[in-house]
Design a protein around this ligand. Structure first.
Ligand code: AMP
Length: 363
């Protein structure tokens, strides 16, 4: 049996049912390698004999430079953009990641290298020498739940025409970051029968390009939006009723992010409520939503499993990755994570909402 650095902590996560978690973790720590194999073998038979069926992932969205102000500090220019956060995050789950976007003549070689270091395939990243990279600047309020956009310079993004390289066209999971719905549709025109299409959008498109958004929504499987966007899109204040309306627009799976209050997953058969992580060191929420998407898609791609149960796990991986993202400015935290940190945080998330069984089931 061979376990990679990533799979070992992940194995602990998989074995992490409420009754045996502590016992197994203690046992693993105390075992020598041969014992470890024999002790775990019966428990992991299913896991080790099942080759991970990776589903390749394509990410399309903005690649940007951001200026960010929060109550805790300020950066004038830092790598950003929806596709940046999604691909960096998903790269922890699966390599290589396929990225399509556009940058301008000011995009630095160091930032190109940062993608390469994470084994993100950037053959689909267009470099448009005619102008500068998309720039966005935002300032967060004291509670960090609200932000004001101070500046948006589209630059080369204004004429972005997503061209999907031939080698990406059979990608199994398509992540459509927050860009114009018509461009998201253009991406879907170029890919061959993906297994899952995930879409992110925002109020700007819900208000300003509703018709096109409706056309694109009809072609996607999973929509990820926040609670105010869900209310606006459906015209329904109650989120459960809103989910029915939105799921009738096309996506059969809906995830509603509720910022620091967790997330809701609606599928055909159930509703799942993911907890929020009580983070102590929150510096900058920029990119948390995209990071959520990256963790969600990354886990699905890595596990190759599109069952309802696995969507729940994916929501927890998304939440766990987003909780890391906010610990530093911009995407910085997404460069130095370890597999063990990810597995541990996933475990913490599970523990946050584990309800102990009671032997006496009466009320
Ligand atoms: P989030 O905090 O998840 O909403 O994502 C923040 C990222 O979205 C930043 O890095 C911005 O560069 C990017 N962004 C902001 N406005 C837009 C826009 N209109 N289109 C595409 N990306 C944007």
């Amino acid at each position: 049996m061979f376990l990679t650095n990533f799979e070992f902590p992940r194995l602990i996560v998989i074995l992490n049912d409420e009754s045996s978690r502590i016992k197994i973790q203690k046992k693993i720590l105390s075992l020598s390698t041969p014992d470890y194999h024999s002790y775990l073998k019966p428990k992991i038979k299913h896991f080790v004999h099942r080759k991970p069926e990776y589903m390749s992932i394509l990410v399309v969205g903005s690649v940007a430079y951001d200026g960010i102000e929060t109550p805790f500090g300020k950066v004038d220019r830092i790598l950003g953009g929806s596709a940046t956060y999604i691909s960096l995050t998903a790269s922890y789950f699966q390599k290589p990641m396929n990225l399509v976007g556009v940058v301008g003549n000011d995009f630095s070689d160091e930032d190109i290298q940062r993608f390469k270091d994470k084994e993100i395939d950037i053959d689909g990243l267009q470099i448009d020498e005619s102008g500068k990279t998309f720039f966005w600047k935002g300032r967060y309020h004291f509670d960090l739940n609200n932000r004001d956009t101070l500046d948006t310079q589209l630059n080369v993004f204004e004429h972005f025409n997503p061209v999907i390289p031939e080698k990406y066209r059979n990608s199994k999971i398509i992540c459509l970051g927050n860009i114009a719905p018509a461009l998201q549709g253009k991406v879907l025109d170029q890919v061959n029968n993906p297994d899952l299409v995930i879409l992110d959008t925002m109020n700007f498109w819900i208000e300003g390009d509703r018709e096109e958004l409706m056309r694109t929504l009809n072609r996607v499987d999973v929509l990820i939006i926040n609670d105010s966007e869900a209310r606006e899109l459906s015209g329904e204040p109650n989120l459960v009723k809103a989910s029915d309306k939105i799921r009738n627009m096309g996506p059969k799976i809906l995830i509603i992010k509720k910022g620091e209050h967790g997330a809701l997953l609606f599928t055909n058969s159930s509703i799942f409520s993911a907890p929020a992580y009580p983070i102590i060191d929150i510096f900058d929420p920029t990119g948390a939503g995209d990071t959520f998407l990256g963790g969600f898609a990354g886990w699905l791609g890595r596990s190759g499993d599109l069952s309802d149960d696995n969507f729940r796990r994916a929501v927890i991986y998304g939440s766990a990755m987003a909780s890391f993202c906010v610990e530093k400015f911009g995407p910085e935290r997404l460069f130095d994570l370890t597999p063990t940190e990810i597995a541990d945080r996933y475990t913490e998330f599970r523990a946050l909402s584990a309800i102990p069984l009671q032997s006496d089931k009466s009320f």
